[in-house]
Design a protein around this ligand. Structure first.
Ligand SMILES: Nc1ncnc2c1ncn2[C@@H]1O[C@H](COP(=O)(O)OP(=O)(O)OP(=O)(O)O)[C@@H](O)[C@H]1O
Length: 680
């Protein structure tokens, strides 16, 4: 079996390295090719800042607050967000630090953004690299840097997987012909569920997951209560004295679970991860908060105060010898702080039955020290993570539970377009199939290998009107998805303050633009701000994004009608598979209705709204539909709506080639309120 594992990791390592290089090259080309003022205009840098405050954060990091150099002036608009990795340097400086030089030669320090507000940005700068040059109290620049940490962690995990000496049964099941095992003795009795509202398929999934010896899958189509079910699984495992590591590919997926688990009394949980990336509702359970405010945290509070007091003396100190002495003290205090903090962290993690982190965060030093101390790893949204990413967490326990839906979008492989076109150009089939391999998730691989023996599908959905879910159920979920009675017939007109109109009484509206003149076009330069931002869009692989102005106008009119009928703007989402159309729609809707959410289909996965307007965009003579042909994208698009879905598209272009789209348009023609542009 070791040979199989070695071959597997070798192929994946190569693919992940390629993906990492591609992403780093892309962002470096953008970031290092432009001067900071230009980057600032694009939202990737802030120039003319000054350091106004420093204090100590988790891990002994220096939290630097930066404000506009002109006192009281707001920061310019920026796309820098909490969690971004940034480089800091004096204007025009080219003196590299060891840590930052690989990423940006002009950066002197690098850190993580922890807060961005109208007037300030806070950056956490790592340990001993946190010595702040004197002139930064007057002028300094912050620039976004490429972030390849997750890739490095995947690469590390794959190497660790190769090196495992005593393989648990989980590895045997995943890499050889051994079948998964289930232990009947651990079965949950009918009256043994904590949550009495669970439906039959959810109970079945909980039983499968709890009784699995090595692996189980929970397949959760849209709105079927996958998270609900995972919470019960975790409670059942904790009640059996098992320690559980719970992960997801994104911070949102983890915090969703933190929020729900945090409400359960008597279940000690801790959320690992950079506080800047944790959602406010989950912050109280973060390791940072627990080390700060728990009784055990007393141990570090004194040193933290002394460190902060010493840091505060630095800007006031004019002589460099005195500054050097202060930095010497700071270094010693940091060392002491880290030793004490490590004890508190071990105590907090060790005392928690359930530990939560992103998949990438599962590589945290604090967790790796805990290696082997978990009984089960649970991964939510596992169909949105590359297999290598899952292994960062999966190495930590002998049992793995994966939850997800392989009929929705897989993880984004950024080098995919480049690889696919190169594969076509060179006729290199191997390159093409390597894309597929990287896109194949661990969930999908296990489901294909073992089918229903390891996988339980949740079949009652609590989101969509029955007409909205019909095509997805029939074509992708074997016709087994049923709408719960609480949602099966619900309409916008049932909402308080919404009047009954043709729109609010129809769960499905289809505006067919076929035989109109509403044709797609390529994005022109006047849609984006500057010539450079067009180039940036191209560099980010969005060069041939399409838009359709006619459809955009119909979309705005439909939103106008919904709002006039009393549908709250916050309950409406406008989505499109094409980023260029999203940009156009934002420029037309944002000002009028700031609360209407406008985004790409891919960005809306995992979300829901009462009303969704979907603009399909494609309309051409050759029936080209580009990436609309990925049925998973269309499945995500049409399953976001609870009570009302309005599809705007050209049936003659979109419904011709792809079987899923054909079925969707047939259903729309039969079941939707069908309209034509000149009648709306
Ligand atoms: N057994 C149940 N009885 C009643 N309502 C339920 C039940 N299970 C889930 N729900 C409701 O269904 C909705 C979706 O649940 P949840 O967020 O757990 O689903 P999910 O499958 O994780 O969602 P997504 O489709 O976004 O992945 C929630 O409003 C939840 O309260």
């Amino acid at each position: 079996m070791n040979t199989v594992v070695s071959e597997f990791t070798k192929t994946h390592l190569e693919l992940v390295e390629n993906e990492r290089n591609y992403e780093v090259e892309q962002s470096q080309a953008l970031i290092s090719g432009l001067v900071p003022t230009h980057l600032q205009r694009l939202g990737f840098a802030l120039v003319g800042l000054r350091v106004t405050n420093t204090r100590t954060g988790l891990g002994g990091k220096t939290m630097m607050t930066l404000e506009a150099a002109v006192v009281g002036e707001p920061l310019p608009p920026t796309s820098l967000r909490s969690g971004d990795i940034v480089g800091l340097c004096a204007p025009g400086s080219h003196k590299p630090s060891k840590q930052a030089e690989k990423k940006d030669p002009a950066a002197q320090l690098s850190g993580v953004v922890t807060l961005v507000s109208e007037s300030k940005i806070v950056v956490a700068v790592g340990g001993d690299d946190g010595e702040i040059p004197e002139d930064w109290h007057e002028r300094c620049t912050v620039k976004k840097l490429a972030n390849d940490i997750t890739y490095k962690r995947i690469i590390h995990a794959l190497k660790d997987l190769t090196a495992v000496k005593e393989r648990p049964a989980l590895h045997t099941v995943l890499f050889s012909d051994v079948d998964p095992r289930f232990e009947a003795g651990t079965m949950v009795d009918d009256d043994g569920f904590f949550d009495s509202s669970l439906n039959d398929s959810q109970k079945k999934a909980v039983r499968l997951a709890v009784s699995a010896h090595d692996i189980a899958l929970i397949h959760g189509p849209p709105g079927t209560g996958k998270t609900h079910t995972i919470v019960e699984v975790i409670r059942q495992l904790a009640a059996r004295n098992q320690r559980v590591l719970v992960c997801g590919p994104s911070n949102v997926s983890v915090d969703n679970l933190v929020e729900r688990l945090g409400r359960i009394r008597g279940l000690p949980i801790v959320r690992l991860g950079h506080p800047a990336r944790i959602l406010p509702a989950a912050v109280a359970h973060s390791l940072d908060s627990q080390t700060k405010y728990s009784d055990a945290g007393e141990l570090v509070r004194d040193v933290r105060k002394e460190l902060d007091d010493t840091l505060a003396k630095v800007p006031k100190c004019k002589r460099s010898a005195e500054r050097r002495a202060l930095y010497g003290q700071i270094r010693e205090l940091r060392k002491e702080y880290r030793v004490r903090e490590a004890k508190v962290v071990d105590h907090t993690i060790g005392g928690s039955r359930v530990v939560l982190a992103t998949l990438s965060g599962a590589a945290s030093r604090d967790l790796v020290k805990n290696k082997g101390k978990f009984d089960v790893v649970v991964i939510d949204e596992a169909t949105q993570a590359m297999e290598g990413e899952c292994w960062i967490a999966a190495l930590q326990a002998p049992k793995l539970i994966l939850a997800g839906d392989h009929q929705q979008l897989p993880p984004t492989i950024k080098s995919m377009d480049a690889r696919e076109s190169k594969s076509k150009e060179d006729g290199d089939k191997a390159l093409g199939s390597s894309c597929d391999l990287l896109e194949t998730t661990l969930f999908e691989r296990v489901r294909t290998k073992f089918g229903d023996t390891v996988c339980c599908m949740l079949t009652t959905q609590y989101r969509m009107h029955a007409d909205i879910m019909k095509v997805s159920s029939e074509r992708l979920y074997e016709g087994r998805l049923i709408a719960d009675t609480s949602v099966a017939a619900h309409l916008l007109s049932d909402l308080e303050c919404v009047t009954a109109t043709d729109d609010t009484e129809s769960p499905l509206v289809f505006i067919d633009t076929a035989s109109s003149e509403m044709r797609e076009s390529a994005e022109s330069s006047d849609i984006t701000d500057t010539a450079t931002s067009n180039r940036q869009v191209k560099q980010l692989g969005d060069s041939d994004s399409k838009l359709n102005t006619g459809e955009a106008e119909l979309t705005v009119q439909h939103v106008d009608r919904l709002i006039a009928a009393g549908v709250p703007a916050v309950d409406i989402a406008v989505i499109s598979p094409y980023n260029a159309q999203v940009r156009l729609l934002k420029s037309m809707i944002r000002e009028k209705y700031p609360e209407v959410e406008i985004g790409s289909v891919d960005g809306f996965q995992g979300r829901e709204k009462e009303a969704v307007v979907l603009s399909m965009v494609r309309s051409n003579d050759t029936k080209e539909i580009g990436f609309l042909s990925d049925y998973r994208r269309i499945n995500v698009a049409i399953t976001r709506a609870r009570r009302h879905l309005c599809v705007i598209g050209d049936s003659e272009t979109v419904s011709v080639r792809d079987p899923f789209l054909k079925a969707l348009f047939k259903h729309l023609e039969q079941a939707a309120d069908l309209r034509y542009p000149d009648q709306v």
